[in-house]
Design a protein around this ligand. Structure first.
Ligand code: APR
Length: 417
């Protein structure tokens, strides 16, 4: 179509080909952005979806092809230049170009940093070569190959990755032990009630969950043979996975003088202090329109919505970012959906009956309804996404919220104080 050649003419360069980066490129083309769009990614694969890596892909109900975000020809057809298997190593803000690990330079009119996050490494313990992590498709292949009947899997970290892998591994017949440092699983995001519910379901499925527990050492090297805990007890293992959270990739921004504070600092417009550079997705620290505090979110919804927002701004339609965050997790037949972000230690109430396998936990920040966690109650989740962040969320009747026969959607329009 005669667009200028990437790398010669300045257009949008996006660093990071995960969900946030790929969605930015796609949204720019959907919105008829006229210039070049270049997507730089460290992985060799075409852009793919990560959420199934700890779920369907591990269970074997989804194969590599099903992970692709778009078929191979899509990117060329839409004139999105994929620069794969190479890293951006430097940003020159004066010259407005980035330098790649193979020495190439790419000039930009606008640079989008969608750098994602990397898995945290276990502090204070030497980690043998055979210990696995889970972030990329390659990691998932290695783990999947080891999830066979009778295998002894030890997972360090009872967060979302750990518990999703535990469920998939049990379904494949492996024995599973979770080692969690906190006193409950998935505590970073979930209420105590919901942590307890998921602990109970995992234990029913035969998962051994050890909380307030830390690893002292591993035995073995390429082939791990066991784990010793801080209290001296020994666990047999033939596969060990570490899933103890992530840290945002911020070095590139830091090195070129952009503000970094546990994430690349951006305003409500998702721009850094350099008006030619945006940051989005897992790596971006942005102001929460409801609480006013800055936060960083690790979710597909956040990556996708922020990508749309940046593409809108770059095509002349700029409003602030104010989407309600939402998340999900599938473990066994449980569909967990979360809308909003709640502070830890706030009040909560349960709606519905956990024993029936269908209930929600409403969580508060003072008087404000801040988040709703739902298990197998999709209507609550959909209504929560409309309710949270509105004025109505500050003056809801707790009796009505707790009554599962009152549809939440009715409170969206007519909250009762
Ligand atoms: N030993 C044991 N457990 C630990 C340790 C440790 N040294 N350090 C941290 N943990 C625990 C945390 O208490 C937490 O429960 O590991 C868990 C990490 O959970 P998450 O923060 O949810 O991170 P993870 O499960 O690794 O997921 C990483 O992938 O699916 C996404 O949303 C997810 O963005 C997140 C990312």
């Amino acid at each position: 179509m005669g667009r200028p050649h990437p790398g010669v003419d300045r257009g949008v360069v996006i660093v990071g080909s995960g969900m946030a980066g790929a969605q930015t490129a796609m949204a720019l083309r959907r919105r008829k952005y006229p210039g070049t769009v270049t997507l730089v990614g460290a992985e060799a694969e075409l852009p793919y979806q990560r959420p199934p890596l700890s779920k369907e892909y591990l269970k074997g109900s989804l194969e590599d092809g099903g992970l692709l975000l778009r078929p191979a020809q899509f990117w060329a057809e839409h004139e999105i230049e994929l620069v794969a298997d190479v890293e951006a190593v430097r940003i020159d803000r004066m010259a407005q170009h980035i330098t790649l690990s193979d020495g190439r330079k790419l000039p930009y009119a606008h640079l989008v940093l969608a750098l994602g996050a990397e898995n945290r490494s276990l502090p204070g313990v030497p980690v043998p070569r055979g210990v696995l992590g889970l972030r990329t498709i390659g990691d998932a292949r290695a783990l999947r190959a080891r999830l066979q009947h009778g295998r002894e899997l030890v997972i360090v970290g009872g967060g979302f990755i750990g518990m999703e892998v535990a469920a998939a591994a049990r379904e494949r017949g492996a024995r599973v032990t979770i080692i969690e440092a906190m006193d409950r699983i998935m505590a970073r995001v979930l209420s105590e009630e919901m942590s307890q519910y998921f602990s109970d379901r995992h234990r029913e499925q035969g998962v051994q969950i050890l909380t307030a527990c830390e690893v002292a050492r591993f035995s073995g090297d390429r082939h791990v043979t066991g784990v010793e805990l801080a209290d001296g007890s020994q666990l047999p293992a033939d596969t060990v996975l570490i899933g103890i959270g992530v840290s945002p990739n911020t070095e590139l921004a830091d090195a070129c003088g952009l503000e970094v504070a546990g994430g690349i600092v951006v305003g409500a417009d998702l721009l850094t202090a350099d008006r030619c550079i945006s940051a989005i997705g897992d790596c971006a620290l942005f102001p929460d329109p409801v609480s006013g505090a800055s936060h960083r979110l690790e979710s597909i919804q956040n990556a996708t919505d922020q990508a749309q927002q940046v593409a809108k701004r770059l095509t002349g339609d700029g409003a602030g970012y104010d989407a309600v965050p939402w998340f999900w997790s599938n473990q066994y037949d449980l569909k967990l959906q979360i809308a909003g972000v709640a502070p830890s230690g706030g009040q909560s109430l349960v709606r519905g009956d956990p024993a029936q396998g269908s209930f929600s936990v409403c969580r508060f920040d003072g008087d404000r309804l801040a988040a709703i966690e739902s298990v197998n109650r999709p209507a609550d989740h959909i209504a929560a996404r409309k309710l949270i962040g509105t004025e109505a969320a500050r003056r809801l009747s707790r009796d009505q919220l707790a009554d599962p026969t009152v549809p939440l959607r009715s409170l969206v329009l007519s909250p009762v104080a």
